[in-house]
Ligand binder design. Sequence first.
Ligand code: SF4
Length: 377
Amino acid sequence: MHLTRLRLAGDPRGWGRLIGRGSDCSVGDNGKAMGELRDTLGRPLRNLRLSVTDRCNLRCNYCMPEEEYVWLAREHLLTFEELSRLVEVFVSVGVTRIRLTGGEPLLRRDLDVLVAELARKPGIRDLAMTTNGLLLAEQADALKRAGLHRVTVSLDTLDPRRFERLTRREGHDRVLAGLEAARRAGFRGTKLDAVVMRGVNDDEIGALLRFARSIGAEMRFIEYMDVGGATRWTREQVVSRAEILAAVERELGPWSPIVPSEEEGSAPAERFRLADGTTFGVIASTTAPFCGRCDRSRLTADGVWYLCLYAASGLDLRSPLRRGASDDELRARLVPTWRRRDDRGAEERLALHDRTASQPAAALKGDPHLEMHTRGG
Ligand code: SF4
């Protein structure tokens, strides 16, 4: 048993409790603490979605349907050094899984340099990226060499014309080329994400699943969410988990649920298996939210930490970082903030009787941090 106590300005009592138990709560040679930091609902802090840019090269109807956007100030964007430093502090309080997001993360120049830096950090067990795939063909090899573990590619349709209507940009062929490049680069465990919308792509559930199977990827169907940015959201357009599963059964036969391992227990997707062994997932954030086991938080590209996709405000980490705060001082901000966390955004939305878009377009223009593309989805 490794017993170590750190004194922290601002929260010495809590931090001492945090790391004072067992070998999984120790401080290693490199000064990193692996703690069982838990929020008020007993949820650990394990997953960090790291947005590296708020820019995107698509304009998907369910995420960025407006014509104009307010972007984060360029001088506020964290440098790779700053991102790396913050990740190190997050890892020291328990984060083990990092997912690079955007906007579109591959728009961030030299992303492989950041990946290489993160891949070197002991304590990160899973280093993944969610991308729209447009720039993946050019970057897959470099990302693999840099140490990225896995990619998730958004693919809402197999029809190039429909892709253009849905994303308001061209490039379906580039997404497919990106998937092929990822396979050739050696990525395994690739996932394909499709947001299913009624009357838009709900007739492609079977085809998308067959396509994913044909390239050795796992399909994940996502219910259309009323998060910030989804200003055109309506309840009627949501294709529920139950409807998605019924469509799969109609087209590909019966499925059975996969009991998640302890490791997978907090993952957003419920997973299923077809008779031929093909697996797929459903992320039912709208009709069957999973807030009770949510261990993820989000850092925006300008260093604001959000504890929930629906949170109205976040914790500014850029300012103390740029004022020269020590790691202990940064931890002293993270730890009590997570311990006070009681967010259950999607569950609270589910309880609403009259449910419309969670943020009007005007509010999003006033604070771009409310946008899903800023928070990394
Ligand atoms: S709504 Fe918030 S608390 Fe619920 S699963 Fe999403 S991020 Fe987690």
